[in-house]
Design a protein. Structure first.
Length: 557
């Protein structure tokens, strides 16, 4: 449960230095948080929020606010990860990031409102209550009912604007269209005695909505499939309250009940999640329309990759051999022999582990595979390291952690999307294939990843620097590859890539890791920017871009 306290002094973080087990200060631990925040706000143009509201779309403003919040959370989580190991205590990076965003005005839709919220779309996902607060979807960071006082018939009365159904109370009966929602109060927590609920505050507001016919926003709090102790919040659109009553709850105390009906004609939200759960429960025997193969990888991946076509009669992509990793002829040489770790229980922040030190002294990932590092090169443990395969510094080596699907698009060939929600910064997959020496590949090869291209700085990388390899690096996935080969180009991508290196003795094995720029809801296409040739003089092939982004440049290489 989250606290509404914003008393943490975020400025003190910049004055702290994480100490290793030998007392040596971890490199980069003296990062000035104030400078980091200023850089973020400037990078996303959130230092002048009012100007951004006039120039850009509501959706872009909401996305930028959440991306700034998540980058702050990741920075605080990285610092606390190291400090917590040493001090034995950890703070709440989610609350601290939210407090800074509020203080700096990095918010959208700051006034409560009835009905839809500009820039927030049905199906949008949030991994922290504070994110919903910052974009104006649901203001309380704990309470399940958000309400405001409005003038009705000359009197000021409470009206509910949004509710969160997250499993704390005895909610039931939601099939994606009908929700039986329990009122608030009555000390529903196990550590307090149960009492009757009263018709006050949020309960009274819902009663007013019922009698006045005022719609309310509904957010579902669901278990995060990647980590069952946390939740993901899904905005499901507007509902009307059909009736209310009082009944005895499990504690034999009176509980207010409200029956809500989803307003017809809205896009699918929570109902899509229920459909996906049915697909998963079928364990490959999928009955949904358009399924060509339940597992394109034929068991090569830890999780099956469904192949679907609901567009035409094509039975699948051109024949290729599915492989999960890169095929090297010769690795890249190292100037000095690589140092390896002896972390039998996995690499940990705040230690002298040489693999952690290569990443600036911080663990580059959370245990869930969310990228914490703001470096432009990720060092993962190599074959000679003694840490287990489950080590948090082997995230890109441990296969898929989310259910991906290759599907036929209407106008861009095959594409890639996920059944699962994806956190900002989460590892998605690597680009597998064959490393091409000397950039020699077929002119008709449409499955080439060329790291020598020029890439625009990605806003989601706090440094603002584009990814880059220390060597010319090209991968062909025409004949051998994985799901990464199906990711289409977009001028406004939701995925970016970073180089990942694993060292072994005198050799370096480079990989391309794909990470989420922002939170990505289930069944939303995954795209990245293909970049442009560094030495283009008009001879490189260009194609018409059909990404549909408001910022589309009309063509791509």
């Amino acid at each position: 449960m989250e606290s509404t306290s914003d008393t943490d002094d975020e400025r003190s973080v910049s004055r702290k230095k994480a100490k290793g087990t030998t007392g040596k200060a971890v490199s980069n631990s003296d990062i000035d948080i104030d400078s980091f925040v200023t850089h973020l706000l400037n990078s996303f143009n959130l230092s002048e929020v009012d100007t951004l509201r006039q120039m850009d779309s509501d959706k872009e403003l909401v996305d930028r606010v959440i991306m700034v919040y998540t980058l702050l959370w990741r920075k605080f989580a990285q610092l606390d990860d190291t400090i917590g190991v040493i001090s034995g205590s950890k703070k709440r990076p989610d609350l601290r990031a939210g407090a800074i965003c509020r203080k700096k005005g990095a918010c959208a839709n700051t006034k409560r409102r009835v009905g839809a919220v500009p820039g927030v779309e049905i199906g949008d996902i949030f991994f922290f209550r504070f994110e919903m607060c910052l974009v104006g979807l649901h203001t309380p960071t704990i309470a399940g009912i958000d309400f405001m006082n409005v003038q009705i018939s000359g009197n000021e009365e409470p009206v509910a604007v949004s509710i969160v159904s997250a499993g704390l109370y005895e909610d039931q009966g939601d099939d994606g269209e009908v929700l039986i929602y329990s009122g608030q109060g009555g000390a529903q927590r196990k550590d307090k005695p149960q009492t009757d609920q009263e018709l006050v505050r949020g309960n009274l507001a819902l009663e007013k909505n019922l009698h006045k016919g005022i719609k309310v926003r509904v957010i579902h709090g669901l278990k995060d499939c990647q980590h069952t102790t946390t939740k993901v919040y899904v905005y499901d659109g507007l509902y009307t309250i059909q009736e209310s009553w009082i009944e005895k709850g499990k504690s034999d105390c009176n509980v207010f009940k409200y029956k809500l009906l989803r307003v017809p004609g809205q896009p699918e939200g929570f109902k899509l999640w229920k459909s996906i759960q049915k697909w998963k429960d079928n364990r490959g025997a999928i009955t949904r329309d358009g399924v060509i193969l339940p597992d394109l990888s034929s068991g090569t991946e830890k999780l099956p990759v469904c192949l679907v076509n609901n567009v035409d009669d094509e039975k699948g992509p051109a024949n290729f051999t599915y492989r999960c990793d890169l095929k090297y002829k010769t690795p890249f040489p190292l100037t000095n022999s690589s140092t390896t770790c002896t972390c039998s229980n996995g690499c940990q922040a705040g230690t002298n582990c040489p693999c952690i030190q290569k990443n600036g002294g911080y663990a580059p990932y959370t245990h869930l595979g969310v990228l914490l590092s703001h470096n432009t090169l990720i060092h993962e443990c190599g074959n000679s390291c003694r840490c287990p395969d489950t080590c948090r510094n082997r995230i890109s080596q441990s296969g898929l952690k989310i259910r991906l699907e290759v599907f036929k698009t209407r106008d861009r060939g095959w594409g890639l999307r996920s059944w699962d929600p994806i956190r900002s910064g989460a590892f998605i997959c690597e680009y597998a294939g064959v490393v091409v020496e000397g950039k020699r590949f077929d002119s008709d090869d449409n499955y080439v990843f060329d790291a020598t291209r020029v890439y625009e700085p990605i806003e989601s990388v706090a440094s603002g620097e584009p990814p880059k390899f220390p060597f010319p690096f090209v991968i062909s996935a025409k004949n051998e590859g994985n799901v990464g080969r199906f990711m289409n180009h977009s001028c406004s991508p939701n995925v970016y890539w970073l180089p990942v290196v694993c060292e072994f003795q005198h050799d370096a094995y480079f990989h391309v890791g794909f990470y989420a720029i922002k939170h990505i809801p289930p069944m939303q296409e995954l795209t990245f920017n293909y970049g442009r040739p560094r030495d283009d003089k008009g001879g490189a092939r260009r194609k018409k871009c059909l990404c549909g982004s408001p910022r589309c440049k009309g063509s791509f290489y």
